[in-house]
Design a protein. Sequence first.
Length: 413
Amino acid sequence: MPRSRPRARSRTISRHTIRNLALFPRVILIVLDSVGCGELPDAGLYGDRGSDTLGNIARHVPLRVPRLRALGLGRVANIGPPEGGPHDGAFGRMAEASPGKDSVTGHWEMMGLVLERPFPTFPSGFPRAVIEEFERRIGRESIGNVVASGTEIIDRLGAEHVRTGKPIVYTSADSVFQIAAHEDVIPVAELYRICETAFEIVGRGLGVGRVIARPFVGVQGAFTRTSNRHDYALDPTGQTLLDHLTGRGIPVLSIGKVKDLFAGRGITRAVPTASDSEGVDCLLDALHSAPDGLIFANLVDFDTVYGHRNDVAGYAANIERFDQRLGSVLGQLRDDDLLVITADHGNDPTTPSTDHSREHVPLLMTGRRVKRGADLGTRTTFADLGQTLAANFSVGPLAHGSSFLEDVVVEHS
C-alpha cells in the first residue's frame, strides 16, 4: 500500500481562533458501529442482498426510539411509517464508495479517504507459510486458522487452547487476523506482544487491515470475551480530516476504538471504553469539559456484542438504550455545537451471516444552527461528511467528498 505522509505535529490553538474559523466550533460525531439502513446496489457482490440492519430488526422488534425518530431516522431507515415534520435537524443517508465493508474502510472514508481497492481477505484461512512464520516468531504453535465468529470459535477451540496454550487464530469476511487467548493462559500483555508480531507479518507484510487481540475468560461451556480487546490497524494511506485538524492545532478527542482504527494518527487525546454505556458516559463527560474541536466516538457493542452474534432482541434493546441516553447528550449541547450520528457499515443480525453487511448508513445532524427538516438525500460517499466537517473548520480540502455544509446551516445563525 502507498506509504502514508508524516504525522502532523499537534499544537492546540485558542478557543477564540477556532470560533473565528468554524460555524460549529465543536462537533460531536457518534458512530453507531454497524447500524446500517439498507443494502447498497452492489450488496449482492458481497453476499449481502436483502441485508437491512435497522429495517429487518424493526420487522422483528418494533423499535421505541423517539429521539432518533425526531432527528429523522424514520425518513432514512425502514423502521415504520415516517413521522410528519418538521424534524429536529437534518437527515440523509450515505453510500460507501470504497470497496469493502469493515470498520477501517468505513471510518477512513468518513474522514475523507476513499480506497481504490479493498483490503485483502482470506476466506479459506491464511496461507500455511504465513502461519508458520507467525508461529516461529512467537515461539508457539497456534490452532484454528479458519473463518469464524468470535464467540463460536472460543466455544469450539477454547478448551483445546486452555489445555495446550496454543493461541486461536481466526478471520472473517473482513480483512482481519484475530487472535483469541484465555487471560489465565496467555496474559493480556503477552497477547498484545503476539498481536504486534502478527501485525508486522500480515499488516505491514500483506496489507491486512487489522490484527485484533481477543482475550477471554471463564471455563468450558461458559467462556466470555473481555473488554481488553485491542486493534492494531494500518496507518491511513493518505491525509484524513483528523490529520488536517491536528495539523492546525484543532483538538481531536477519540472515544472508544477510533484511535485504533487510525493507528493513533490525528488524535490529540484518546479515551478507551469497555462498553457502549461507558462510551456514552465518557461522551457526556467530554461535553461538560472538552474544548472546541472534534469529539469522535465509536459505540462498538452494536457490532461485537449483538450483530456478530445474530442477537436480534439484544441489538434492538441496545438501540433503544442509546435512544434513551441520547436525551442526555442533546441536553448538554451548546448552542453552537453540531451533533452528527452515523454508522460505518451494517451487520444485520436477522440474516444467516454473522459478518458485516454492505449497507447504506444513516446521517443525522442536529444543533441550534442546523436547519430543521433539511433532507440531505443519499450521499454517494461517506467522504461527503468529512469534507463538510473540513469546510466547517476551514481546513482541507480533503481529497474526496463534497461539502454539504451550506445545506444544513441556518441562515443568519
